[in-house]
Write a protein that binds this ligand. Structure first.
Ligand SMILES: NC(=O)c1ccc[n+]([C@@H]2O[C@H](COP(=O)([O-])OP(=O)(O)OC[C@H]3O[C@@H](n4cnc5c(N)ncnc54)[C@H](OP(=O)(O)O)[C@@H]3O)[C@@H](O)[C@H]2O)c1
Length: 374
């Protein structure tokens, strides 16, 4: 017997033109300027009905992925009020369908003040989902370190996007486990101010820089969570055998890393396995699955946070803004585990990272080290 819990909605948007073509096959083959223009005109729409998310003790929720349609760069470039209106319209659609809590996907949780204004204007509680994303990212980074045989206590970690909502909390959670942490962002004043404000409380040594390449060259463990719409992690900067945990959407790690650096372990850190028998049904094409470009039964950690809040009946503004409370990261991780959510298997560049792939990556790192020493 399952017990129905409140329903949720989650605001999604395409991360790239390829994403648009995946959601809307008729867009494939049309020129980028036309697709962008169509997105500009397109109202929010109900993209998917999510069913079958069921905890081991029989609690069940359902919800909807509602699309706010804009591409990441449009979210950043368009007048802020216009973007807020589109996000709020997406939430309203969720409310009309019965949602009682809303999550903000990718750039809908980045734009402006990280969900604070949206939450003030929303008829239902809102979360960015960043607390569970942070928890998943930290677990993924150190799982990668174990797989690559890196002794974290002796390692330098680099957090790219360190002044952000996700990055700022990740710095604090990584610091107790490593030897040195380097904070990276573009705005030097904000970066220095943030670094000075936390330096004293970090249990390891730390430094900060706006030079991504210089920082990445020094790290064995890299966590990246920027709001960049372009690649920022390039293959030539990565140390032999480094681990890169990627939380950014769209991705920060250049696809060239997959081709040129077989010795580096890149892992998408923000994916979770859902409990029960989850199904994401396309609303406009009944019977078809809404493709998140993830394995079946897997969702982003920010989506998972929204589902967990519904399952736990926590109808409140949970994660908002840029100063995330670490207690909430711990609490949502515990709630997610109780609901049967777990870290997804490792994956990067649209492919699963199998044990064979990990072994090959370690071997390539060993070979490369030999080459450097020879
Ligand atoms: N996987 C998931 O489940 C999930 C969930 C939520 C969010 N996300 C993604 O996580 C990312 C971060 O989200 P957030 O809410 O933490 O964003 P945020 O609060 O806006 O922080 C972004 C950070 O990135 C830095 N940054 C932006 N562009 C940069 C660049 N070109 N080079 C270096 N640093 C740059 C910013 O500082 P400066 O402006 O000073 O550079 C800031 O430190 C986004 O891509 C978002 O879509 C993923």
């Amino acid at each position: 017997m399952s017990v129905n819990r409140p329903k949720f909605c989650f605001v999604v948007h395409p991360l790239s033109l390829e994403d648009v073509a995946r959601y809307e096959p008729s867009a494939a083959g049309k020129g980028a300027p036309i697709v962008r223009k169509i997105m500009e005109w397109m109202p929010a729409w109900n993209a998917a009905h999510v069913t079958g998310v069921r905890t081991p003790d029989g609690r069940e929720t359902e919800g909807w992925f509602v699309s706010a349609c804009l591409l990441p760069e449009q979210m950043l470039e368009f007048p802020r009020e216009d973007v807020y209106k589109r996000i709020l319209r997406a939430i309203e659609i969720g409310v009309e369908l019965g949602a009682e809590v809303a999550g903000l996907g990718a750039f809908t949780g980045v734009v402006g003040d990280g969900g604070v204004t949206i939450a003030e204007r929303s008829p239902i509680p809102v979360t960015t989902g960043n607390s569970l994303t942070i928890a998943a990212g930290i677990q993924s980074l150190f799982r990668g370190a174990d797989e690559m045989g890196i002794d974290a206590k002796e390692a330098t970690a680099v957090v790219v996007g360190a002044t952000g909502s996700i990055g700022g909390a990740c710095v604090k959670l990584i610091a107790p486990k490593v030897k040195h942490v380097i904070l990276v962002a573009r705005n030097q004043t904000r970066l220095q101010k943030f670094h000075e404000s936390i330096e004293g409380e970090l249990p390891c040594t730390s430094s900060c820089t706006t030079d991504i390449s210089e920082a990445v060259r020094q790290g064995q463990l890299i966590l990246t969570a920027t709001s960049s719409t372009q690649d920022v992690i390039q293959p030539e900067d990565l140390q032999t055998g480094a681990v890169v945990c990627e939380l950014s959407l769209p991705h920060d790690v250049s696809r060239r890393v997959a081709e040129e650096r077989p010795d580096v372990l890149v892992t998408e850190g923000g994916n979770m396995k859902l409990p029960g028998a989850p199904h994401f049904g396309r609303v406009r094409e009944p019977g078809q699955e809404f493709d998140l470009n993830l394995p079946r039964g897997t969702a982003l950690a920010c989506m998972s946070e929204t589902m967990v809040l519904a399952l736990e009946n926590r109808l409140e503004n949970y994660t908002l803004g840029r100063g995330i409370e670490l207690e909430k990261v711990i609490e949502i991780q515990e709630m997610a585990a109780r609901c049967g959510f777990s870290l997804a298997d490792m994956r990067a560049f649209d492919t699963a990272i199998t044990p064979e792939k990990i072994a090959a990556t370690r071997a390539a790192a060993q070979e490369r080290r030999k080459g450097v020493m020879a």
